[in-house]
Design a protein around this ligand. Structure first.
Ligand SMILES: Nc1ncnc2c1ncn2[C@@H]1O[C@H](COP(=O)(O)OP(=O)(O)OP(=O)(O)O)[C@@H](O)[C@H]1O
Ligand SMILES: [Mg+2]
Length: 385
């Protein structure tokens, strides 16, 4: 079952209006008997920045490597800039790839590392020189051109790897976890650099990461993968505010969304959901709840407010089990052992350990999912809030 957003599917009207930079139609990858990518469908628009996000082993790198031509495609069609490239070697696909380990040549200077691909293509020297000047100015590398990679910081080496990709003026940039070898501070810095670079160059980009923060901040659209299948395609906001499944809901957002099993009672005008730590009322028009006895309720820790009404409007309550200090806020874990819920609140108002606390859930921010399949029960006509 693919729950991909229709705009991510290859036969949407979108693809007919405008030629896509990348078009993936039913792409499959098998290693021997094992299929690791299942009918992958995606249209990437010109200038778009698409991020593949998902847990380790879900197939992100495999798909990216098939786009690059570093891995055979077992089935389906891949088009780049309107041309079927399934059987074209990497250098003829108009792409440039940046990896996690930058794989710079240690014995060559920065200049020679950047120029390497162009020299191989027999580009005239004057043109190589002018392109090196352009990319090294853009990436702030002009001062380091005579150094060897070992004489650069991790972030500078990463920029050399990007320069080496940029100089080929590709139609498409492919990045596979380019920042994961860097420390947190440099990572933040380079993330902003990559965002700025994309603003300036607008080159169509597919970027692989398992870091949701990178995905949320860089992507025009996120493709969330799970076990070799697309789980959801959407803008960061759509994915965050309208996760199509409990898996997406639990994967996106820090601290993670609370997911709690609740039983459902139809009370006429509304549905009452009850679980071990509380009761929540939901309006019938928001969700498809008819005939259901149990659901998974999702509520983000930031969407629980301290209850000042003595539980009259429902809510969650329990004894504080753990308090995590995060700086401006504390994450309060409360409830019964094994069914704990967490709520985010200002540090100054944080409770004490073992204190009894009560929270109400913002009804607009409640998510409900099928207890078995995890599929969202939100009606599709409910507008984004
Ligand atoms: N050469 C191979 N032979 C067999 N299976 C492979 C091979 N390469 C990858 N796989 C399997 O394919 C699946 C997808 O791997 P892939 O490297 O694409 O994951 P990923 O999403 O990039 O993970 P990570 O975040 O850890 O990099 C995994 O289950 C992996 O074990
Ligand atoms: Mg990978």
């Amino acid at each position: 079952m693919s729950r991909a957003d229709p705009s991510g599917s290859s036969d949407s009207s979108f693809s007919k209006q405008k030629m896509s930079a990348i078009s993936c139609h039913h792409i499959i990858k098998r290693y021997g008997e094992t299929q690791v990518v299942h009918e992958f469908d995606l249209e990437v628009a010109d200038n778009e920045f698409v991020v593949f996000l998902g847990p380790s082993g879900c197939g992100k790198s495999t798909i990216l490597r098939m786009l690059a031509g570093l891995e055979d495609i077992s089935g389906g069609d891949l088009h780049i800039a309107g041309r079927r490239v399934n059987d074209l070697p990497p250098q003829e696909r108009g792409i440039a790839m940046v990896f996690q380990n930058y794989a710079l040549y240690p014995h060559m200077t920065v200049r020679d590392n950047i120029a390497f691909g162009l020299k191989r293509l027999k580009v005239p020297k004057a043109e190589i020189d002018s392109r090196i000047k352009e990319v090294s100015d853009t990436l702030g590398l002009a001062r380091y051109l005579q150094r060897k990679p070992a004489e650069l910081s991790g972030g500078q080496q990463q920029r050399v790897a990007i320069a080496r990709a940029m100089i080929k003026t590709p139609k498409v940039f492919l990045f596979d976890e380019p920042l994961s070898n860097l420390d947190a501070k440099l990572r933040n810095h380079m993330r902003i650099e990559i965002a700025k670079l994309h603003q300036a160059l607008k080159t169509t980009t597919v970027y692989v990461t398992h870091d949701q923060h990178e995905a949320m901040t860089l992507a025009d659209r996120i493709v969330l993968l799970r076990d070799g299948r697309i789980e959801q395609v959407g803008t960061p906001r759509e994915i965050f505010e309208r996760p199509c499944s409990a898996f997406v809901a639990g994967f996106i957002g820090t601290p993670p969304m609370n997911l709690v099993e609740m039983s459902v009672k139809d009370q006429g005008g509304h549905f009452e959901l009850s679980g071990p730590d509380g009761v929540v009322h939901v309006e019938p028009h928001r969700f498809s709840l008819q005939g259901r006895e149990r659901v998974t309720l999702g509520i983000r820790p930031a969407h629980l407010r301290v209850d000042t009404n003595g539980g009259r409007h429902g809510g969650f309550s329990g004894e504080v089990q753990l308090i995590e200090y995060l700086g401006n806020e504390v994450l309060v874990n409360f409830g019964q052992d094994g069914s704990e819920i967490s709520a985010l609140m200002p540090s100054a108002q944080g409770p004490q350990l073992r204190e009894r606390v009560s929270f109400v859930a913002d009804p607009q921010q409640v998510h409900l999912f099928d207890i078995d399949t995890g599929a969202s029960l939100l009606r599709i006509d409910v507008p984004l809030h």
